[in-house]
Design a protein around this ligand. Structure first.
Ligand SMILES: NC(=O)c1ccc[n+]([C@@H]2O[C@H](COP(=O)([O-])OP(=O)(O)OC[C@H]3O[C@@H](n4cnc5c(N)ncnc54)[C@H](O)[C@@H]3O)[C@@H](O)[C@H]2O)c1
Length: 585
């Protein structure tokens, strides 16, 4: 684990871990631009046999009440009972990885009933906060132990580079679970002074059964942002994973329930004062019983439903026995789930939605650094990030130089099998997203933007798209207004800070912004003027567990991560007790 980063951190000091280039790809990508490029890159991708993922799929059923079970609805066959399933596909090839149980309304009912019982009658909200935190730490330890298998599942199902999953995302999941494990026994209420002779307490109680709907772009990171705080506060949970990426959350959630035959003990080397954490089997001597850890999340606390949005997702959002809904996904679906929540039991809803984030390169910026940072801000995760810097605003004095260098950088980007070491970009998640991105590229060309690089697919199978760059993009163009969610960088020119601030804010979104400048006054003007939930100055994609994340405007409601993430999962109860002859008020 040494050297593994625990947050996605792109700062002024560029890490080299995701910029290792494959000489073959670099040479081929350097041979041409635009549509000509597809010939060279296609040849490589088509010739490549997909690398066999270093992991097997073990869990495909629904996780309800601590057990893996089939979906309630069956394929209609009189002779054979088989719970309904759907295929999850490998985005490198479009081939089936596994058939996964397809949860629908009845399965959501079963999962919510289990979560309800675990909340109303079970031990989880009733145990001490310290005991909860110990189970969560244990959960995090198990995730860490299985980091590479989980990362391999994530890459297989999602198409993201394995190094990214193994070195950034799964460690970030571990970190966020540990972060909230640390909060569990530090959540407390208040006493407040009242005008009369009353003792007034404010209790912070768990809210109950939390429904959580997550998307496919960061299946486990976003799972952690939701599951971590909900568990820490003592809630029970039903997670609905994205239909494109059901596998990793099943694996991880199974770990939470594991009551391993191994127990963790601390071996203490007294001479060197080193404390080493080691796993022993039951039969091994157990020298320090005081250090034995609690094992296993109680059944029913964390339930996982795989399935589709309009069926499983909608059932969860509209369920009368779900006390809280947390949703991450598109703005359009966010509107639907908010409505479903309002029409059912008015459950409170947290929304983490789409974005069209500006990345502003000022006149005084170091152009080389700005190019690299803007490149990562857009192309990371195949361009499938809610807060991608998808409108690259560049000052007119450095615009031409920036465009030339951005093009060079895009042409060097290594696209290929995400299991291959050094590959920076894998396939898009699925055919729908692949076609949607190509449609946007077509729209960019048709609306008069200049295609500087890319523009087509890579290879003839799977969903690989060339890193694409448009310059001369105008605010009114569709590619500058709509969330593409693909590897397409749009570069726009600006003249001064007041102008760029107005243009950056002229969108229905308000998730994040990047600003690249050496001038503190310019930075401060933009920090306060931009209507967004996060401003990164001379850095991008810094996602520490402690930093709140969320959007202004139609990018969302509420915040996740940090102490703000706890508020989503706590009820506030005021308690007033009369005081007889109080010594003071
Ligand atoms: N703000 C954030 O933190 C954040 C993070 C990641 C992704 N996103 C956004 O997510 C979007 C990409 O994800 P997506 O394409 O999977 O989004 P999506 O809205 O299509 O799906 C997200 C989730 O909602 C479910 N869903 C779909 N229709 C539903 C319905 N009618 N009722 C209930 N649930 C339903 C899906 O099954 C999936 O689990 C982008 O817009 C991106 O910006 C936002």
């Amino acid at each position: 684990m040494a050297g593994r980063r625990v947050s996605l951190l792109f700062s002024g000091r560029f890490s080299t871990s995701s910029s290792i280039s494959s000489p073959v790809f670099t040479r081929l990508l350097g041979e041409g631009i635009g549509r000509n490029l597809s010939t060279a890159a296609t040849a490589v991708a088509a010739e490549e046999e997909p690398i066999t993922p270093p992991v097997q799929v073990h869990y495909t059923q629904l996780l309800i009440n601590g057990q893996f079970v089939d979906a309630a609805s069956a394929f209609s066959s009189a002779s054979l009972y088989c719970g309904k399933t759907f295929p999850t596909l490998d985005p490198r090839t479009g081939e089936v990885i596994a058939h996964v149980a397809e949860g629908e309304a009845e399965d959501v009912n079963r999962a919510v009933a289990a979560a309800r019982k675990a909340f109303d009658e079970g031990s989880w909200p009733r145990m001490t906060a310290y005991d909860r935190s110990r189970i969560m730490y244990r959960f995090a330890d198990l995730i860490e132990k299985h980091n590479n298998e989980i990362a391999a599942l994530e890459t297989w199902d999602n198409g993201k580079p394995y190094e990214q999953a193994a070195e950034m995302e799964i460690p970030s999941l571990t970190r966020v679970i540990r972060y909230y494990a640390g909060w569990a026994d530090k959540i407390h209420g208040l006493t407040v002074p009242a005008d009369g002779p009353h003792h007034v307490q404010v209790l912070h109680e768990p809210i109950g059964v939390a429904g959580q709907i997550i998307p496919w772009n960061f299946p486990l990171l976003l799972y952690g942002w939701k599951v971590g705080p909900a568990l820490a506060c003592g809630n029970t949970i039903v997670v609905k994973t994205a239909e494109q990426t059901p596998l990793s959350a099943l694996y991880v959630s199974k770990l939470a329930h594991e009551v391993p035959s191994a127990v963790q003990v601390l071996t203490v080397d007294i001479t060197s004062a080193n404390v080493d954490s080691t796993y022993f089997h039951d039969k091994d001597p157990f020298p320090f019983p005081a250090f034995q850890m609690k094992a296993g999340l109680p059944p029913g606390v964390l339930n996982v439903i795989s399935g589709f949005g309009p069926t499983a997702g909608a059932s969860l959002a509209s369920h009368m026995n779900v006390d809280k809904l947390s949703f991450t996904g598109s703005t359009d679906t966010g509107r639907i789930v908010l409505e479903l929540a309002a029409r059912s039991n008015l459950k409170p809803v947290t929304l983490e939605l789409g974005g069209k984030s500006p990345f502003i390169v000022c006149e005084d910026a170091d152009v080389d650094k700005a190019v690299e940072l803007a490149h990562r801000a857009l192309f990371f995760n195949q361009g499938q990030c809610c807060c991608s810097g998808s409108r690259t605003f560049v000052h007119e004095h450095v615009y031409d130089e920036f465009v030339e260098k951005a093009k060079e950088r895009a042409l060097k980007r290594t696209v290929g099998d995400p299991f291959r070491k050094g590959v920076e970009q894998g396939p898009q998640i699925d055919e729908k997203q692949f076609n949607k991105t190509l449609d946007y590229i077509r729209s960019g060309v048709e609306s008069g933007a200049t295609l500087q690089a890319g523009g087509g697919r890579v290879g003839s199978k799977g969903y690989f798209i060339q890193p694409t760059i448009f310059s001369d993009v105008k605010d009114e163009m569709t590619i500058a207004r709509e969330e593409i969610f693909g590897p397409v960088q749009s570069i726009l020119k600006f003249k001064n800070i007041d102008e760029v601030m107005v243009r950056a804010n002229a969108t229905r979104y308000g998730l994040a912004a990047g600003v690249f400048t050496k001038n503190l006054n310019t930075a401060n003007t933009l920090i306060r003027g931009l209507k967004v939930g996060t401003v990164w100055i001379n850095c991008f994609f810094v996602f520490d567990a402690a930093i709140p994340f969320g959007g202004f405007k139609m990018s969302g409601q509420g915040r996740e991560k940090g102490m703000y993430g706890l508020k989503n999962y706590l009820q506030v109860k005021a308690v007033v007790t009369p005081l007889e002859n109080p010594a003071w008020l």
